[in-house]
Design a protein around this ligand. Structure first.
Ligand code: SF4
Ligand code: SF4
Length: 165
């Protein structure tokens, strides 16, 4: 399992070395990367204002979390590459065998997260956060994930086109 994500991280690093500057010099991709940064920030602000972050922080303080080992294997090479383009280091070192390797003591180390991570609303949050706030948080997530999907497709196309030149 660890080998699978290690291979994907290595492939993402190789793509970054080969295509990183071409991708960041592409105006459309670079605008979308900037916009994705803003939308990630918006989602975080929404999570902060709704109190979701406070609940997650309490979990962390009690050494609890919902970031299970194996979740990292949901990340494909292009989403990992987007993380590199956004400045994540892709540091992967499980702090415990039952924990996702992208989690460190301060939280998730990735910037662009998989839908499976973003969409997870635990029972405690469902019970404690009011419905209107949850909808607002989910709308922010939706905007982030929509753009992330479009950006993945653009990047794939750009890399494929470059490989055929
Ligand atoms: S989503 Fe729920 S289980 Fe996961 S860290 Fe936040 S409060 Fe804890
Ligand atoms: S949010 Fe981050 S640390 Fe948690 S499961 Fe997802 S990738 Fe792993």
């Amino acid at each position: 399992m660890t080998q699978y994500i290690s291979n994907n991280i290595e492939s993402a690093r190789n793509l970054y070395r080969t295509f990183g500057s071409q991708l960041t010099q592409d105006q459309d991709i670079s605008c979308k990367l900037e916009r994705l940064k803003q939308l990630i920030q918006n989602t975080q602000e929404e999570f902060l204002s709704t109190g979701i972050f406070t609940e997650c922080k309490k979990c962390g303080e009690n050494a609890q979390h919902c970031c299970r080992a194996g979740t990292e294997n949901k990340y494909d090479v292009i989403l990992l590459l987007i993380n590199l383009l956004l400045g994540s280091t892709l540091y992967h070192k499980p702090i415990h065998p039952t924990v996702c390797g992208f989690l460190d003591r301060t939280g998730c180390t990735l910037k662009a997260k998989h839908a499976i991570c973003l969409n997870y609303i635990c029972e405690s949050i469902q019970n404690k956060i009011d419905h209107k706030s949850l909808i607002a948080a989910q709308e922010a997530l939706g905007r982030e994930l929509d753009l992330q999907f479009i950006l993945c497709e653009k990047i794939k196309q750009k890399i494929e086109a470059s490989e055929y030149c």
